[in-house]
Design a protein around this ligand. Structure first.
Ligand code: UDP
Length: 463
C-alpha cells in the first residue's frame, strides 16, 4: 500500500523527430524528472537508432514512423512522411500503450508534440490524460488557431495591403504570417499539419507551450480563456538560466557532430562582442544565390563571423570563399549553439529565427539580425524587431534574396549603432526575465508545479 502511495506520476513524452522539436521536449522531461515525475521518452525507431541517447533518469521507448531506416529524409515527400507517420505511428503507439499498460506500468499522462494530434486520439482510447506540447510561440499558435477556425483567410498576399488584426497580437502584414499561410504552394502537407494542430485541442487536458508568460502576456492570457494553457519555457538547459539542475548544461542530443573545440578555440582570442554568429538551423536549405550574398555580406562587414554551414550546404559556398575569408571567419558544419551564444566574443546572431534559436538568443542576451526563411520564422522575426526590440530584420529584394549590402548594413546596425546598444540592453533584460521565469516561484516554474500537482492528484486517484 505504502509503495503504491509513493508511486511517482509517470509521463510518456512523444516527440516529432527533428532537432528543433526534440530539444524542447527533452528539456521539459528533465524539469519533470527534477520535480519527481517518472518520464519515458518515446521516439521513432530511426531516431532511437541514430541517437546515442544516454540518460539514467529518462527511459526510452520507440515506435515506428514508417521510415525505420532513414526517418524524415527517406520519405519521398513531406506529405508522404506526414501521412505514413500518422498511419504507422498511431498503430505502433497504440501497441506501445497496450504493452506498457498490460504489463502493469501505469501511465498518468502522454505529452505529445502538437504536430501529431493523432497521438491524443490513441491516448484517449486508454483513458489516459493528454497534454499537447507546442514548440512554437503563443503568437504563432494563435495565428494557426484563427486559420483553423476560418477567422483568417489564406493565402494572405502582398496585394492585400490592409493590416491583419487578430486578438492580442500586434497588427501584422501578410509577410509577418507563417510562410505556409502566405505562400501556399510548395508545402501543402505542412500547411495542413500546422493548421491541424488545433483539430482536437478541446480534448487535450493541458496545452503546454515553449514560451514564458512575460514574453507574450496578452496572447497567453487570451489563449488561457480558450484552452488550458501553461507556458513552460524557455526550455533551454538550466545551467544557462536558473542553474538549479546542476547536470543540465546541454541538450545532450544532436543529429550532427559538433565542432566545439574548433569553435571555442577560435572564439577565445576574439575581443568581447566582436563576432557575429550565423546559423540557419537544422532544416533550411538556402538557394545558392542567397548563400553567396550572405557569404560576401559577412566578408564585407566589420565583424568576425562564425558560420554554421551544414555539409549539404557547403557546395553552395562561393568558390575560394573559405580561403578569402579565413582571417575574418570560421565555417563549421555544426556546433553547440548555446555554448557559442553564451560566449562573450559573440555580439550578434544572424539567424533564420527558428523558435528555439530565437528563444536561446533572447535567454542569453544576444541581439539578432533576422533573416527568416519559412514556417513560423517570419512571425518570430516580427516579434524580434517590433515587439521585443532585440534585433533588426534583413529585408529581401523583389526576388526574395537578402543582398550582401543589406547583410553588412544590418550587422553593423546591431553591432555598432546607438540603436544596436538599445537592442543589446533589451536582450539583456530578457535574459534576466527568462531566468526568473524558470527559477523557483517564477511563472514557468509555477506552471510546471501546477502540471505536476495535477498529475500527482490524478495518479493518487487511480490507485
Ligand atoms: N543548433 C545547434 N547547433 C547548430 C545549429 C543549431 O545546436 O550549429 C540547435 C539550436 O541550438 C536549436 C536547434 O538546433 O536548439 C534548432 O532549432 P530551431 O527551432 O532554431 O530551428 P530548426 O532547426 O527547427 O529550423
Amino acid at each position: 500500500m505504502e509503495e503504491r502511495l509513493n508511486r511517482k506520476p509517470h509521463c510518456l513524452v512523444l516527440v516529432f523527430p527533428t532537432q528543433g522539436h526534440v530539444n524542447p521536449m527533452l528539456q521539459l522531461s528533465k524539469r519533470l524528472v527534477h520535480k519527481g515525475v517518472r518520464v519515458t521518452l518515446v521516439a521513432s525507431r530511426f531516431l532511437c537508432n541514430t541517437l546515442q541517447f544516454k540518460s539514467t533518469s529518462i527511459a526510452l521507448e520507440s515506435i515506428s514512423d514508417g521510415f525505420d531506416d532513414g526517418g524524415l529524409a527517406a520519405a519521398a515527400s513531406d506529405k508522404a512522411y506526414v501521412d505514413r507517420f500518422w498511419d504507422v505511428g498511431s498503430k505502433t503507439f497504440e501497441e506501445l500503450l497496450e504493452k506498457l499498460t498490460s504489463s502493469g506500468d501505469s501511465i498518468d499522462c502522454v505529452v505529445y508534440d502538437s504536430f501529431i494530434p493523432w497521438a491524443l486520439e490513441v491516448t484517449k482510447k486508454f483513458g489516459i490524460m493528454g497534454a499537447v506540447f507546442f514548440t512554437q510561440s503563443c503568437a504563432v499558435n494563435s495565428i494557426y488557431y484563427h486559420v483553423y477556425h476560418r477567422n483568417l483567410k489564406i493565402p494572405a498576399t502582398d496585394d492585400d495591403k490592409s493590416e491583419i488584426l487578430l486578438p492580442a497580437l500586434p497588427p501584422l502584414a501578410s509577410c509577418d504570417l507563417p510562410s505556409f499561410l502566405y505562400v501556399l504552394g510548395p508545402y501543402p502537407a505542412f500547411t495542413d499539419m500546422v493548421v491541424n494542430q488545433f483539430s482536437n485541442i478541446e480534448k487535450a487536458d493541458w496545452v503546454l507551450c515553449n514560451s514564458f508568460y512575460e514574453l507574450e502576456p496578452q496572447v497567453a492570457d487570451w489563449q488561457a480563456k480558450i484552452f488550458p494553457l501553461k507556458t513552460i519555457g524557455p526550455t533551454i538547459p538550466s545551467m544557462f538560466l536558473d542553474k538549479r539542475l546542476k547536470d543540465d548544461d546541454a541538450y545532450g542530443f544532436s543529429f550532427y557532430n559538433e565542432e566545439d573545440e574548433a569553435c571555442m578555440n577560435w572564439l577565445s582570442d576574439k575581443p568581447s562582442g566582436s563576432v557575429v554568429y550565423v546559423s540557419f538551423g537544422s532544416l533550411v536549405a538556402l538557394d545558392s544565390d542567397q548563400m553567396e550574398e550572405i557569404a560576401w555580406g559577412l566578408n564585407d562587414s566589420v565583424s568576425y563571423f562564425l558560420w554554421v554551414v551544414k555539409e549539404s550546404e557547403k557546395p553552395k559556398l562561393p568558390k575560394d570563399f573559405l580561403k578569402i575569408s579565413q582571417k575574418k571567419g570560421l565555417v563549421v558544419t555544426w556546433c553547440t549553439q548555446l555554448q557559442v551564444l553564451d560566449h562573450e566574443a559573440v555580439g550578434c546572431f544572424l539567424t533564420h529565427c527558428g523558435w528555439n534559436s530565437t528563444v536561446e538568443a533572447l535567454s542569453l542576451g544576444v541581439p539578432m539580425v533576422a533573416v527568416p526563411q519559412w514556417t513560423d520564422q517570419p512571425t518570430d522575426a516580427k516579434y524580434i524587431k517590433d515587439v521585443w526590440k532585440i534585433g533588426v530584420k534583413a529585408e529581401a529584394d523583389e526576388k526574395g534574396v537578402v543582398r550582401r549590402a543589406t547583410v553588412k548594413k544590418c550587422i553593423e546596425e546591431v553591432m555598432q549603432s546607438e540603436r544596436g546598444k538599445e537592442m543589446k540592453k533589451n536582450a539583456m533584460k530578457w535574459k534576466g526575465v527568462a531566468a526568473k521565469a524558470c527559477d523557483e516561484g517564477g511563472s514557468t516554474d509555477k506552471n510546471i508545479d501546477d502540471f505536476v500537482a495535477s498529475l500527482a492528484a490524478a495518479s493518487t486517484k487511480c490507485q
